[in-house]
Write a new protein. Structure first.
Length: 254
């Protein structure tokens, strides 16, 4: 009986559940016991603070985000090498990846996934483009949660860089559009998210939101951050000393 009780308590310790700010959170660390302390002391406070904030950032009349969020660690082979993914209100975390990124992108990755929970996009015959969904998630992460890291600057010298490259690149594009054309009562990213959530996104969105079509915005964004080509520096001309200057030949007087 004592062994059973000890085993039960150990298993219970691997599942952390708590309620905060109108939501309930569950952390299953049974598959990652080494991450239990980090999850409780480092990840939990961010989740408690940022999930409600994310829900507020993406609020929409008549929409109620999930009030319960589950986190569970799985093996790398089960995750197929992907750091994390979200299904409904459940976030699956790659144990090996997190163990190697506790001082790097681990918490920011979870913030990204919590955005997906709050987005709660509809799945139907005409789902919204994935680059919109991932771009908004990375916008919240890189420009609202951890802007100081400067982790989302694309390579503008790459001719393949486009607004719809998804993730960090799209996040950078959204930030540019928001700063230049936003400022109204409802941020552009929130309106974009609402359109995507209701499977109503089309490229016409940008024309309505900014007065410009998305192709023009894409070109303008890239132009704003393009670096001028480096000028080829000419080697300095060698200095000619007085002694090295050619001397005029002396002429003898008759």
């Amino acid at each position: 009986m004592k062994k059973l009780t000890t085993a039960f308590l150990a298993a219970a310790a691997m599942t952390l559940g708590f309620a905060a700010r109108g939501a309930v959170y569950h952390f299953d660390t049974s598959g990652a016991p080494k991450l239990a302390a980090w999850t409780d002391t480092k990840l939990r406070p961010v989740v408690e603070q940022w999930y409600p904030r994310i829900c507020s950032l993406l609020q929409e009349p008549g929409f109620k985000p999930p009030e319960e969020v589950k986190f569970c660690y799985r093996e790398d082979r089960q995750m197929r090498g992907i750091p994390a993914w979200t299904m409904g209100n459940a976030i699956w975390l790659n144990r090996q990846w997190f163990e190697g990124n506790l001082e790097g992108e681990a918490i920011g990755c979870v913030v990204h996934e919590m955005v997906h929970v709050a987005q709660a996009y509809r799945r139907g015959r005409h789902p919204s483009p994935s680059w919109v969904q991932e771009g908004i998630a990375d916008y919240v992460r890189w420009f609202l949660y951890e802007p100081y890291t400067l982790g989302a600057r694309p390579n503008f010298r790459d001719q393949r860089t486009r607004y719809d490259n998804s993730y960090r690149t799209t996040a950078h594009f959204l930030n540019y559009v928001e700063l230049k054309y936003g400022g109204g009562n409802t941020p552009i990213y929130r309106r974009l998210n609402a359109a995507a959530r209701n499977a109503a996104y089309t490229d016409e969105f940008w024309k309505v939101a900014t007065g410009k079509d998305v192709a023009a915005l894409d070109a303008e964004w890239k132009q704003a951050f393009a670096r001028p080509p480096r000028e080829r520096r000419q080697p300095p001309k060698p200095k000619i000393s007085e002694t090295s200057k050619p001397q005029k030949p002396e002429t003898s007087k008759p």
